[in-house]
Design a binder for this molecule. Structure first.
Ligand SMILES: Nc1ncnc2c1ncn2[C@@H]1O[C@H](COP(=O)(O)OP(=O)(O)OP(=O)(O)O)[C@@H](O)[C@H]1O
Ligand SMILES: [Mg+2]
Length: 384
């Protein structure tokens, strides 16, 4: 193009409303929005994230690494950066970072119009705010300025506190539901706990399709009590299986026992969770020559007669529950197809009732009544 002349280069100019689109559109589920902020604590090697919900604010507090001034400028304030992808494992707990899109912090804007952050790394605490109404006053996101303040120079505990305020009127957050959601979605172990209003997010909070109380007594392994839960959705971050406790303390990993060791595979196993207490496994129990619980509390002495009986009891119970669920599923499918059939036959009946029998051609042409036609036909037959 011979006439080409270079003008000032053009650039994208994101307007503040774009943040709403990201915050609202991607996280219309409020529980998921809060989960994103909790996950940031997990990624920052926190051992605890506490969520507090009050009438006019939501606080997410973690004891992770916190952020320095440089972290805030070059990580937090970057939108859409994938820098976490470069972090293969977190330095303290060797965790695989969950975040990777660089927009998780914006989920706060799907819930509230103000995000206040106080973060501590080393001895320095810094604070800043992102206020949606202030942001609105700037033409573009880049034009907006947020004050960064030194809150303290003698802080003792690293971590980050995020306060969501000016909560939007349509937002409803139910603490027990949020607990269940977080328990199902975010990995928790002995190094990482989440609480909502002071209560830990546990397996028992996972939304259940069915809760089956367990009250069994066996001559060999004694009382076996607790609950088996059939979760509403497939357990993603929680390992499916039943936790066995002794004196309320969990022993070993969640287990599905021998549910799937036979030829039939029970897919409902992926929905099973729960907790069972077996007091007779207590290592203090002098009756046992060999303890049922392995010395490191990591598992059981699997050949112990008490454990073997318990294992069989639980396998049978889980198989029974899965079979019931499978039966319900096929019953529902049958009911649905019956309903469909009934609806279809009703429709056909209606159609046949509505469709008017066409009048005979001759009657139509002559305009005779039925009786007249019949009489004429009878007379014709008689004379023939
Ligand atoms: N609670 C926190 N503690 C320490 N650093 C944090 C915290 N929250 C955010 N950050 C920093 O801010 C950055 C941006 O967070 P953001 O959640 O927006 O993106 P991300 O976690 O990298 O990816 P994703 O969008 O998938 O969540 C993080 O990479 C991290 O460096
Ligand atoms: Mg994140």
């Amino acid at each position: 193009m011979p006439l080409a002349a270079a003008l000032r280069p053009i650039k994208f100019r994101p307007v503040p409303r774009l943040l709403d689109h990201i915050g609202l559109a991607m996280y219309s589920n409020f529980n998921k929005a809060i989960a994103e902020l909790v996950v940031n604590g997990y990624d920052a090697d926190a051992t605890e994230v506490a969520v507090e919900i009050t009438a006019n604010q939501i606080v997410i507090r973690d004891n992770g690494t916190g952020m320095s001034e440089d972290d805030i400028r070059n990580s937090y304030m970057m939108l859409g950066s994938d820098q976490k992808r470069n972090v293969k494992r977190t330095p303290r707990f060797n965790r695989l970072p969950i975040g990777n899109k660089g927009i998780g912090k914006l989920t706060g804007l799907g819930i509230a119009r103000r995000i206040s952050v106080t973060t501590t790394k080393g001895v320095r605490s810094l604070g800043y705010e992102i206020d949606r109404d202030e942001l609105q006053k700037s033409k573009t996101i880049e034009d907006s300025r947020h004050e960064l303040l030194v809150v303290s120079e003698s802080a003792k505990q690293s971590g980050t506190v995020i306060v969501l305020s000016k909560i939007m009127p349509h937002v409803r957050i139910d603490a027990p539901q949020l607990r269940g959601y977080l328990a199902r979605e975010i990995p928790q172990d002995h190094n990482f706990h989440i609480t909502v209003n002071g209560e830990k997010c546990l397996r028992k909070d996972i939304p259940a399709k069915r809760r089956i109380p367990v009250r069994l007594t066996d001559p060999v392994c004694g009382s076996v009590t607790g609950e088996v839960v059939v979760a509403k959705k497939v357990l993603t971050n929680v390992q499916p299986g039943i936790l066995t406790t002794v004196r309320g303390r969990v022993v070993g990993e969640p287990s599905l026992f021998d549910l799937n060791s036979g030829p039939h595979k029970y897919h409902y196993g992926f929905l099973l969770t729960g907790q069972i207490e077996v007091p007779s496994f207590d290592p203090e129990d002098e009756v046992d020559l060999i303890p049922v619980i392995a010395t490191d509390r990591e598992g059981f002495n699997r050949n112990h007669p008490k454990y073997r009986v318990y294992h069989k009891l639980m396998t049978d119970l889980l198989i029974k529950i899965c079979r019931e669920e499978e039966r319900k599923l096929s019953q529902n499918a049958r009911k649905k197809s019956k309903l469909r059939f009934r609806r279809r036959s009703k429709e056909l009946q209606m159609i046949s009732m509505l469709s008017v029998k066409p009048r005979s051609r001759s009657r139509k042409r002559t305009g005779r009544t039925h009786r007249e036609c019949n009489r004429l036909t009878w007379e014709r037959k008689k004379s023939a």
